[in-house]
Ligand binder design. Structure first.
Ligand code: SAM
Length: 271
């Protein structure tokens, strides 16, 4: 029987695949820059429906996608099947405890806006290091707190309409702070000289207007759905809607659809 897990419920809510569809191009570009070769063993942690896992498999890697949300694991397996890819599979698992995975079994562990959302960040760093082969790499993409671009602002605005988090809650955004990342991997035995940082951009491409994309976030993206539920209870849903529409419109760079760039911290760890 499944036990109650608020983290999993957040991501099984709605349908993240609808948002992931706007991120495919950037996922492919990022993966093309990871030096993937035929037969490389890749773990994509917090893989969703495979925005990075699928292109890694298309480049010939042997890919395992692990995600806490059962609906996204099913969606990933359906995509792999539809694409006829035999070198990728998706399974349920929690980044805080990857007990189904052997020590030192992956050449590359990728987690793009994935493991950052798990609780217990020190356990997450330790598990990512444990399953990586000596000489292998870990690459994380993490949103940056207070960054002025899209996702950090959505999460910041959403938080301002939500009740305060429970005592002891560690914000996922702390994974976007270099000192925190160094401390977490340091506790897992990785010296700071083996950790490097870059700022990269993901661009969200959507065929409709910015307001329609806000509507998709409201209907399908767990963190925004929760923020709207809290705002509705306070009679502030219209205010939240207007604030998000203003954000999306101000950041849109397309004239006839929606294209919004968002900056993230790319972390590379040499095991
Ligand atoms: C913003 S989505 C990103 C998904 C995917 N990496 C992508 O780029 O499209 C965050 C993902 O992290 C997953 N996730 C959250 N907490 C997790 C945990 N504790 N263990 C594994 N996956 C987790 C969610 O289910 C969700 O698929």
């Amino acid at each position: 029987m499944r036990t109650m897990n608020a983290n999993r419920e957040l991501w099984e809510k709605g349908d993240f695949t609808r948002i992931a569809e706007t991120m495919r191009e950037s996922g492919e570009e990022l993966v093309a820059d990871l030096g993937i070769v035929e037969g490389l063993r890749v773990l994509d942690l917090g893989c969703g429906d495979g925005t990075t896992a699928v292109p890694a498999a298309q480049l010939g890697a042997e890919v395992l996608g692990v995600d806490v949300a059962a609906n996204l694991v099913a969606a990933g397996n359906a995509r792999a099947q539809a694409l006829g890819l035999a070198n990728i599979r998706f399974q349920e698992g929690d980044a805080t405890d990857l007990n189904a995975l052997d020590d030192e079994s992956f050449d590359l562990v990728v987690s793009i806006f994935g493991a950052m959302f798990a609780p217990k960040p020190f356990d997450v760093a330790s598990e990512m290091v444990r399953v990586t082969k000596p000489g292998g790499r870990i690459v994380m993409g993490n949103w940056i707190p207070n960054d002025p671009t899209l996702v950090a602002q959505i999460l910041k605005i959403s938080a301002s309409y939500s009740p305060p988090p429970p005592e002891g809650f560690v914000s996922p955004m702390t994974w976007g702070m270099e000192d925190e990342v160094v401390e977490r991997f340091g506790a897992a035995g990785i010296p700071k000289e083996r950790i490097s940082f870059q700022r990269n951009t993901y661009t969200f491409h959507y065929p409709g207007s910015p307001a329609e994309l806000v509507a998709d976030f409201r209907t399908y993206y767990g963190p925004t759905m929760n923020a709207f539920a809290a705002a509705e209870a306070d009679g502030r849903a219209d205010e939240l809607q207007a604030e998000l529409e203003q954000l999306f419109e101000a950041q849109n760079t397309s004239e006839d659809a929606t294209s919004i760039p968002a900056t993230f911290l790319r972390v590379t760890v040499q095991r």
